[in-house]
Design a protein around this ligand. Structure first.
Ligand SMILES: *Cc1c(COP(=O)(O)O)cnc(C)c1O
Length: 375
């Protein structure tokens, strides 16, 4: 059996080696390292794929979030609501900009922002909501948009984990994850569903004015060369990474299908086990399984984690600590009783190997090993 990996980037690369190497050589042969033609080509390709008016590439997904918030003109003291159960980057940039993060609990089935908790957290200072499309399925955007409209709030989608997922509104309209709110952000970190071979990120919006503002912010606040109208940052997608991404973008849907096939295999195998809760997908969204995350309900999650490592099966706890319990983000406004779901999930979740190259032999070994241990 081929060695099992959490994410098998090497096997994936071997299948696209020639095209990727050609695109990298193109950059080397033209020396257009920064903002070269490949960056613009990838940007246009991604705009088309997402059916969004503007894609603004940048250096990574954390920058993308920060720049989106800067572009919306959020100011010190503005409250920004996001999920308690996510990667720290989401809340980190809120803090970095001296905005006030307000963490809320998540839904027990989808792990995405809980709509009732979100409603309860709105104050006169609330200015924006950041739904995170965690593990690859889109948050309840219909409800988020409704709340945002009622309270005049911006919606910033953290789409680092769900690029390629579709969201269907009640009226049948279908939109790509990240193109639903005022602005969406993503990461091209190597292990993400559309990953490059280094760091990369992007911001999406259909708002022409916001796109213009953001294009200046990523480039030192310049709208005319050497005239700095606002405080900006330096955040670019480099041309070599754009070449890798341009090669991989046409494969994204097939990559999502491969992840879904692995997820289906897992879910079928675990369907009848009383100690395992398999991930649920909400009706309104497709799931692109950035992570495949089980809940182990018999209290043996940590033992299973170690046992699987011993058996050569990589696995991970995403996330072992709730953000509201992190030293950097503690706030006296929170009570433990505000976060019953997150507090449970940090004790029960375990993410299994998930990537585009898992084969049946590996999946069989993984599921068999887990079932033997958990039963
Ligand atoms: C990966 C990730 C980010 C940050 O992306 P980087 O490119 O690593 O900066 C932000 N939010 C979420 C939910 C992520 O998973």
């Amino acid at each position: 059996m081929k060695k099992i990996q959490m994410v098998d980037l090497q096997s994936q690369y071997q299948k696209i080696k020639e095209e990727v190497n050609t695109s990298i050589e193109q950059v080397l042969n033209t020396s257009a390292y920064i903002n070269g033609p490949l960056v613009h080509e990838f940007q246009a390709d991604l705009e088309k794929y997402l059916s969004v008016k503007h894609v603004i590439p940048c250096a990574n997904g954390t920058d993308a979030l920060q720049i989106a918030m800067m572009g919306l003109g959020l100011e010190q003291g503005d409250e920004v609501i996001t999920a308690d159960f996510t990667f720290a980057a989401t809340v980190e940039v809120i803090g970095l900009l001296k905005l006030t993060p307000v963490l809320v609990d998540v839904d027990v089935e989808t792990f995405n922002i809980d709509i009732e908790a979100l409603k309860r957290s709105i104050t006169p200072k609330t200015k924006a909501i950041v739904p995170v499309h965690l593990f690859g399925q889109v948050a309840n955007m219909e409800a988020v948009l409704e709340i945002a409209k009622r309270h005049n709030l911006f919606v910033i989608e953290d789409n680092a984990q769900a690029i390629g997922a579709n969201y269907t509104f009640k009226d049948g309209t279908i939109k790509k994850a990240g193109t639903i709110g005022n602005v969406g952000t993503t990461s091209f970190f190597p292990s993400k569903n559309l990953g490059c071979y280094g760091d990369g990120g992007a911001i999406f919006t259909n708002d022409d004015d916001l796109a213009h503002i953001i294009r200046g912010i990523v480039n030192h606040g310049m709208y005319k060369r050497y005239y700095h109208d606002v405080v900006g940052v330096n955040s670019r997608l480099d041309a070599i990474q754009a070449g890798v991404l341009k090669t991989k973008l046409p494969l994204l849907d097939a990559y999502c299908d491969a992840r879904r096939a692995a997820a289906d295999f897992y879910s079928n195998a675990f369907a009848d086990n009383k100690n395992i809760i398999t991930p649920k997908t909400a009706d309104s969204t497709t799931h692109v399984f950035h992570q495949y995350t089980l809940q182990i309900t018999n209290g043996k999650r940590d033992e299973l984690h170690k046992h699987l490592l011993d058996q050569g099966i990589p696995n991970a706890i995403y996330y072992p600590v709730a953000l509201h319990s992190q030293k950097a983000y503690a706030d006296t406004r929170y009570n433990e009783s505000d976060f019953p779901v997150t507090n449970e999930l940090i004790k029960t979740v375990i993410s299994l190997p998930m990537h585009t190259e898992l084969d049946e032999e590996q999946l069989t070994f993984i599921t068999k090993t887990i079932l033997e241990f958990v039963n």
